[in-house]
Ligand binder design. Structure first.
Ligand code: GLN
Length: 183
């Protein structure tokens, strides 16, 4: 199995390290050329979604990535990556997100919570995180909520978390993504 990690900006190295721990090979997407390599899945890391959107479009990566996801490429978006997949951006996932949703004071925090079908006590690190304001299709399954807000969801071969599992030691969410790829 070989997984592409978008490496334009943000927390991509932590995803690579996590996947390495799980015995999975990764490669970085920095330009259109990199995208041509065969891949079984794609990770869209956290960072700054406005910057990432701008770079994706400048590099001509926006449409190829969107098409590949629509054609069934499994994708995992964390934080800014979740924003990229949402209705107002790439639009492959039927979710409406609110950026920087926790305001300045609560901008960054940690908690543990249950994630449906994955398990209990999953560590959740939020960094100026978004949450999902609205699920726009019944194809989209809510996986986790924190303080009444949706923070993880799955729609077929796409999963998103508002938090950063790559920054904690718990590998269950990444393992869940690998299971989706193997399905
Ligand atoms: N605040 C960032 C954005 O709006 C997301 C933060 C993150 O990815 N940690 O794009």
């Amino acid at each position: 199995m070989r997984i592409a990690v978008l490496a334009l900006q943000g927390a991509f190295i932590e995803h690579e390290q996590m996947l390495k721990r799980l015995g999975v090979e990764t490669f970085e997407i920095r330009q259109l050329n990199d995208w041509q390599q065969p891949k079984d899945g794609l990770i869209l890391p956290g960072g700054e979604s406005t910057v990432q959107m701008h770079l994706l479009s400048q590099l001509g990566l926006l449409e190829p990535i969107r098409q590949a996801i629509l054609e069934g490429l499994p994708v995992f978006g964390t934080c800014a990556g979740m924003i990229l997949l949402s209705a107002d951006h790439l639009g492959t996932m039927s979710i409406q997100v609110l950026r920087n949703a926790y305001g300045r004071q609560l901008g960054s925090f940690r908690t543990v919570n249950r994630v449906e079908t994955i398990g209990e006590d999953i560590p959740m690190t939020f960094i100026r995180a978004p949450y999902i304001e609205k699920v726009l299709s019944d194809q989209c399954q809510v996986l986790a909520e924190v303080n009444g807000h949706i923070v993880a969801a799955r729609q077929g071969h796409q999963i998103v978390t508002a938090f950063h599992p790559e920054l904690d030691n718990d590998t269950r969410i990444h393992q869940y993504f690998l299971n989706i790829i193997a399905e």
